[in-house]
Design a protein around this ligand. Structure first.
Ligand code: 26Q
Length: 820
């Protein structure tokens, strides 16, 4: 082993040599000409991108090995998540390794710009939205803070679907992101792990007369690890994201073969390989889909076995140091079956007693909740478990029996409490409550913003909070300032660094130092120039993808996120219609010209969300075709919103729309990206908006709408028709909608939306908040007219965004939960 390594030139080449231009350029040429066998640079840059990625990967590999070797005997955290929305890796590696100049100089010889070559990389879109991108930001921060955290996830063959807009409707296309290979991953088939499914449980009596249980006749699936390097920011640390691919085992085929059905046996391979084929594109739980449960168990089992294997290599099978050496962070309930799986592994495979296994489990598991919507809490039919995971079901029953005894001690004779807290929801079709498993099995339960955690304690999980107040804690989300400012906004970063140096990139609390320049005319001028430059880049993207022409002199008003009723893209478009109505009526004297951009994907089965997309597109078409409007208002729906498009969008925003019904958005993270890039927020008192407003001071935030504690009393006597009648502006809007103005050739298509607004049971209180939203928008108009004032507020937003760095968040996870 050692001998072989010294033969490998790159492994023992000095870091400074590896990073210099001559060596880099030589390696790039070698990979281009020999590894990939190309002679000419082609138009598409696919091969040049690949050669560049491999050249950079070589440099990561050396630091990767070093990082691993230095961590042989240290405590480590396993972050377990069904989703990682990584986006592109090339730009991130170049930034974090400090290779920018080297790469640019080298590409000069190929007559290429880095920005062109970057475009050849497909986004790694292995996530739906906030939760998946949070996992990606966290990995960047863990590596940058040199924390021993390994990410475990699934290597989906198909990531988040590509969205196309045709005649205003969303169409979904498969995202075959691995088609041209993935230069960033390294497979480790020798570390493959077996995961069991189906079969049944036998009770075995040992020679000494003890009974134990055996899960037999299982259909096993192989989990093959593919490792992706996660470089820290200029600290020579490279952490690992380990993604599992499912494969059929050989003997599975062989047994069928012996039975004489060779072809059927080979075809069966598909069943195993289906598990990691596709990401579920729902961002609220879709209950009851067997394949999804298989994904969850596959990830949990493979990741836990891998962690145990690593532990045993270093400490043997006594498990005395297991708690000292490990913690598991569960990203929502999606991998919460890990609680029962760890119990199974410790008891069945390593013969620990129940009590010992439970003690190790509940001292290592920690759970993060990301939703307050009760309908989004994950449940699985008991029947499905019986069939797919019979041994796991037994363990869940046992956990529940012991837990309900504890409940009986706390609330003697209270059957209601037993029913409410049970891991099993009784009824016609009994269901397993995954959040209950996660809470009972964890030493830490955290929400993702202050309000969210408070509402978890007071509402959704109040019973559990009464039992175990010490488990509950808040960790407000954050985003990485490397990708979300340094990389995506070069002009602003350069301006900032010209005043306060570059150390803010690694220590983002320093960003507050730019507050000193808030009244500096040249700084303000530079700030506006940077925004103008970024708007031009977004104008090009919007033009190319929608055909709509935005104007750099108008305010850029942007809402991009998953399409959901609670996020209220509908409220946004109602305001757009109100502006349009004012323009039609000639009431333009107070309007500030705007370009409104909306983007986001709807879950393919979410009919109302798809209707909302159609409405936005129809309204956009009508307004953009009206010559009276174009001076004041332009509207576009950007298709296929993803990580890479956000890197162009957030630097160009003037106004960030964060307008969810209060109490519904757990945190939001797009709100933080916009703030970092100097956008002002118009928003409700929801999720992290509250903390954003506190940080930047109320006068630099446009607040509107009902608060979370008002919502339930408003709902009691909610009469949207009356509210509409009493609001001249909203009446005008409803009149345009109901007269079919935006769907002249498609009668009735927006009826369900109109009904929803007028429904006394409208959960999202769209009509209720409209007037207050409209008024806040007029304040926005006023401030924007005073460009100096707007610029000051913009600077103050960036300056106050320090606490929304994911480094800050991860330090808290590390200090309070992980104790690294
Ligand atoms: C579950 C079961 C079956 C199929 C799909 C799912 C599923 C998948 C993804 C359920 C939920 C999600 C994603 C949720 C999500 O992104 N939540 C967001 O998390 C962010 C990070 O904490 C918060 O900022 C947002 O407020 C929250 O909506």
């Amino acid at each position: 082993m050692t001998k072989k390594m010294t033969e490998c030139k790159i492994a023992d080449t000095d870091n400074s040599v590896l990073m210099n231009k001559a060596t880099f350029s030589e390696d790039l040429a070698r990979h281009f000409h020999f590894t990939l066998g190309r002679d000419k640079v082609q138009e598409s840059h696919d091969y040049l991108y690949n050669a560049l990625a491999i050249t950079i990967r070589d440099r990561l590999v050396a630091q990767w090995r070093e990082t691993r070797n230095n961590r042989r005997n240290t405590r480590r955290v396993s972050y377990i998540s069904l989703e990682y929305l990584m986006g592109r890796a090339l730009n991130n590696s170049v930034l974090n390794l400090g290779l920018d100049e080297t790469v640019r100089n080298t590409l000069f010889d190929y007559c290429c710009e880095l920005e062109e070559v970057e475009q050849a990389e497909h986004d790694a879109g292995l996530g739906n939205g906030g939760l998946g991108r949070l996992a990606a930001c966290f990995l960047d921060s863990c590596a940058s803070l040199a924390l021993p955290v390994i990410g475990y996830g699934i290597r989906y063959e198909y990531g988040m679907f590509n969205q196309q807009i045709k005649n205003g409707h969303q169409l979904e296309h498969p995202d075959n992101w691995l088609r041209n290979g993935n230069p960033w991953e390294i497979a480790a088939p020798e570390k493959a792990i077996r995961v069991k499914f189906f079969g049944h449980v036998d009770v075995i009596t040992s020679k000494s007369g003890e009974q134990y249980r055996q899960w037999n006749n299982t259909h096993d699936v192989l989990a093959v690890p593919f490792d992706m390097p996660i470089p820290g920011y200029r600290n020579e640390i490279v952490n690992t994201l380990r993604l599992w691919k499912s494969e059929a085992t050989d003997e599975f085929d062989l047994s069928e073969f012996n039975a004489g059905s060779y072809t059927e046996a080979v075809a069966r391979k598909n069943l195993a390989e289906q598990i990691t084929m596709v990401l579920y594109p729902n961002d609220t739980s879709e209950n009851g889909k067997e394949l999804r449960l298989r994904q969850q168990y596959f990830l949990s089992s493979a990741s836990l076995q891998d962690t145990i294997n690593t532990y045993i290599e270093n400490h043997g099978t006594t498990f005395d140091k297991f708690v000292e050496m490990n913690a598991f962070q569960l990203n929502d309930t999606h991998p919460s079956i890990a609680v029962a799986e760890l119990m199974r592994l410790l008891i069945d495979d390593y013969q620990l007693s129940w009590d010992r296994a439970w003690s190790l489990t509940t001292q290592t598991m920690a759970y993060t909740n990301h939703t307050l919507l009760p309908e989004a809490l994950e449940k699985w039919p008991v029947k499905l478990f019986e069939h797919l995971l019979p041994r796991i079901l037994e363990i869940i029953y046992e956990i529940n029996a012991r837990f309900l005894k504890q409940v009986a001690v706390q609330w003697p004779g209270d059957n209601n409490k037993q029913r409410e807290l049970s891991l099993i929801e009784e009824g016609h079709e009994p269901q397993i409550r995954m959040a209950h498993i996660a809470i009972v099995g964890s030493f830490s339960v955290n929400g993702v913003a202050a309000l969210h955690t408070k509402l978890l304690k007071e509402g959704l999980f109040n019973n559990f909070y009464q039992l175990w107040p010490e488990k509950f804690n808040n960790k407000t989300n954050g985003v990485t300032p490397r990708r979300w400012l340094s990389h995506c906004n070069d002009t602003l970063s350069t301006l900032i660094s010209s005043k306060i140096g570059t150390s803010w990139i690694a220590e983002f609390s320093e960003i507050q130092q730019i507050k000193a320049y808030v009244n500096d005319d040249t700084f303000q001028h530079g700030w506006r120039k940077s925004k103008e430059y970024n708007k031009k880049a977004l104008i090009a993207l919007v033009e190319e993808t929608t055909g709509v022409t935005f104007d750099v002199n108008m305010m850029f008003d942007i809402q991009v996120k998953r399409i959901h009723e609670y996020k209220r893209q509908l409220l946004n478009i109602l305001h757009v219609i109100a502006m349009y109505d004012a323009i039609r009526k000639g009431n333009t004297e107070n309007l500030t010209p705007r370009c409104v951009l909306i983007g986001g994907k709807a879950a393919p089965g979410y009919a109302m969300a798809k209707q909302i997309i159609k409405l936005i597109n129809n309204v956009a078409d009508t307004i953009n075709l009206d010559p009276k409007a174009s001076k004041f208002l332009r509207v576009a729906f950007i298709p296929n919103y993803n990580v890479s498009s956000m890197e162009v969008i957030c630097p160009a925003a003037d106004l960030s729309e964060q307008i969810s019904t209060a109490g519904k958005e757990a945190s939001g993270t797009g709100n933080m990206k916009f703030m970092m890039n100097g956008a002002l927020t118009i928003g409700t008192l929801d999720g992290a908006n509250i903390e954003i407003r506190d940080a930047v001071e109320p006068e630099n935030f446009f607040l509107f709408g009902a608060t979370a504690d008002q919502i339930s009393s408003i709902r009691e006597n909610y009469q949207p028709d009356e509210i509409i009648n009493q609001s001249p502006i909203l009446s005008g809007v409803m009149h345009l909608l109901e007269s079919g103005h935006f769907n002249l050739f498609e009668p009735q298509i927006f009826d369900s939306i109109i009904q929803a607004i007028r429904d006394p049971h409208d959960m999202w209180l769209t009509a209720y908040d409209f007037d207050s939203y409209f008024a806040a928008q007029r304040q926005v108009d006023e401030v924007y007219k005073d460009q100096k004032l707007w610029t000051q507020k913009s600077i103050l937003n960036t300056a106050a965004s320090g606490v929304f760095s994911s480094d800050h968040t991860i330090r808290q996870y590390s200090n309070d939960i992980w104790k690294l």
